[in-house]
Write a protein that binds this ligand. Sequence first.
Ligand code: NAP
Length: 305
Amino acid sequence: MEYDVAIIGGGPGGLTAGIYTSRSRLKTVLIEKLSPGGQIALTHCIENYPGVESMSGYDLSSVMEKQARHFGTEIRIDEVLNIEKKDDNFFHITSSKETIKAKAVIAATGAKPRKLDIPGELAFLSRGVSYCAVCDGAFFRNKTVAVIGGGNTAVEEAMYLTKFVSKVYVIHRRDELRSVKIIQERAFANEKIEFIWDTIVTEIRGEKTVNNLSLKNKKTGDEKLLPLDGVFVYVGMEPASGIFKDLVDLSKSGFIVTDMNMHTKTPGLFAVGDLRDKNIWQVSVAVGDGSIAAINAEKYITENF
Ligand code: NAP
């Protein structure tokens, strides 16, 4: 199959690119490994996306998906394994099912939760260790859990968890949160949340399931065990840039470097959203990236085909 544009990844950046390219009558396919939505589909509430006062991430991404399909974006659930740009000037995109050709590619595979890399984290995965409060929070009704991290995600998800659990410890490695002030204020006012400052988790322990954490205070060196039933890890994101690595420049942390048009160093290959090297990760930014990439992909195709 031959397309004008192939979008790899179905988060807000990829779906926005699809809305724009298919509305411009470019034959567009969007390939997504799981289901469209990306990270925001796992976010319980979005309230800083203009025009939407408050909506679940799943609902917001469903509207975007519907809009992309409406204009003609073909959405396929498949895993892209390899991308090459060949002498015919087309990208050849090999997935688990087939190889397709596209004149331009928009990389939108996003980022996945970073691991703590401590003993017990993998061993207790899905047995008390989780990276998704929306998916697993309800399993901890009336229990005690910890959230690791001090960014927006950690603090917002800690608040979400208080709907189910009796207590949430937020364990942060510094004495000050990274999250924005309005989120901090709400968390500090929440009686079910207790903050443990200047502390790292050195081991997740348990028998069949998690039953305590080994903690170390970075300032005093004091160590202690914290009894609990579950732990949610929110210590940032890692880019899913592996399949593009031979075609792009990567930052030190593995994010794809683009110019202001979202163009990578390979002509015709664009990158958008959480995958792109930048300082701000927001749905509104991913959406902006997606529209910029789509408009420039159209220009690239007009000039080169
Ligand atoms: P983040 O902002 O990078 O925060 C990661 C947190 O984890 C930081 O507090 C960091 O500590 C801590 N951390 C990192 N590695 C650690 C380790 N090995 N051990 C212990 N703690 C560790 O990541 P995020 O919260 O996932 O957010 C990602 C992006 O999405 C951000 O740009 C965020 O603003 C955005 N976001 C926005 C919203 C919103 O607007 N409502 C919601 C969610 C996410 P330090 O602070 O000491 O570095």
